[in-house]
Design a protein around this ligand. Structure first.
Ligand code: FAQ
Length: 309
């Protein structure tokens, strides 16, 4: 059987592609692109919430937030390892991120203005991430699919902590309730943009669905997220900032208003409110860590020489 046929049969039988299997170059580059973008998102995604660690309102909230941000670092490193199984070099991936040659999720280019943003990121951003990532547990590339299982478990926990924080604030003072509503108003639309462009404009969806890399289209997952979130917003007592949002009994789904795709394009092309700050911060952290990487490499060389002599 030719290598190409074996690859196609593996996909057709819903089996996993593993690192040593032959894959077409385009499959490899699609997986590296997607996994690297996901890893970069986790690492850059530490910044908006990290902004509040020193100002968390209590020791308990600080401990929770620290743990969540550490989890995100773990997800990023885990995903870089998955990209390495495809032959990518993690140092080069970081260089590409810093040079603006690889993307990360648009959502992390928005500022976190109040502590309510921490709760809203947990509720909406982790909620959208779960909605997008649970189907990726069945993605055709084995190392990525397995990484998703572990990551989704932690994201579910993150989502609940965000919701619990917002529930607590909603039981508080009128000012706290207002703070939550204001944060929801700012994060709702960017959260819907996390699912990517509309299907008609999505350059990769058709091929990624054929390879079973993606299991649902961007619009299908966005709809699932809206349907899932509306009752949660009601239980919380907040209004989602979309006058066109309403249940459509005929479709069995909620209708919702038009997303500002011009804003999405601006943010993805580097012109969002915090793009420059996020990348500059990542570059500074990478530069500051150079001595650690050099020391670790020197130590590894020394051990290697000792074992050879
Ligand atoms: N932002 O043809 P499509 C998290 C790009 S969760 C920026 O539809 P595809 C957890 C896309 O790359 C967030 N760029 O692409 C967390 C492509 O660019 P290219 C990360 C976007 O791949 C929570 C072009 O537009 N999750 O971090 C975005 O089929 C809280 C055309 O788009 C993942 O990465 C966007 N929103 O579908 C951490 C999940 N959307 O390369 C901290 C895995 C699209 O052609 C705190 N990835 N683009 O120049 C995926 O599921 C997919 O890659 C999509 C995009 C759905 C994101």
């Amino acid at each position: 059987m030719s290598l190409e046929l074996k690859f196609e049969e593996t996909i057709a039988h819903d089996q996993r592609i593993e690192p040593r299997d032959w894959v077409p170059d385009a499959y490899r580059s699609t997986m590296v692109r997607m996994i690297a973008q996901h890893a970069h998102s986790e690492i850059i995604g530490m910044q908006p919430e990290g902004n509040w660690i020193t100002r968390a309102p209590s020791l308990r909230r600080k401990a929770i937030l620290l743990a969540k941000v550490q989890d995100e670092a773990g997800h990023g490193l885990y995903l870089y390892s998955a990209a390495e199984t495809l032959g990518a070099d993690r140092g080069e991936l970081t260089e590409k991120l810093i040079a603006g040659k690889q993307k990360y999720s648009s959502i992390f280019n928005y500022p976190t203005l109040t502590f309510a943003d921490v709760g809203v990121i947990g509720w909406l951003v982790d909620g959208a991430a779960i909605c997008n990532q649970v189907p990726l547990c069945r993605s055709s590339y084995g190392p990525y699919a397995r990484a998703m299982i572990r990551i989704c478990k932690e994201e579910s926990f993150h989502q609940r902590q965000g919701y619990e924080l917002l529930m607590t604030m909603m039981r508080g003072t009128p000012e706290q309730r207002e703070m939550v509503q204001e944060a929801v108003n700012r994060w709702w639309w960017p959260s819907l943009m996390m699912f990517g462009p509309p299907d008609a404009d999505s350059s990769h969806t058709a091929q990624s669905m054929a390879w079973k890399v993606k299991r649902h289209t961007n619009d299908e997952l966005r709809q699932r997220f809206v349907d899932m979130t509306v009752p949660q917003a009601e239980a919380l007592g907040v209004t989602l900032p979309d006058p066109e949002l309403k249940w459509n009994a005929a479709r069995g789904h909620h209708d919702f208003g038009e997303i500002d795709w011009a804003e999405f394009k601006q943010v993805v092309s580097g012109n969002g409110p915090c793009n420059a700050q996020r990348v500059a911060h990542r570059k500074a952290a990478h530069d500051d860590g150079a001595w650690v990487r050099e020391a670790a490499a020197a130590h590894a060389r020394k051990i290697d020489e000792r074992q050879r002599s």
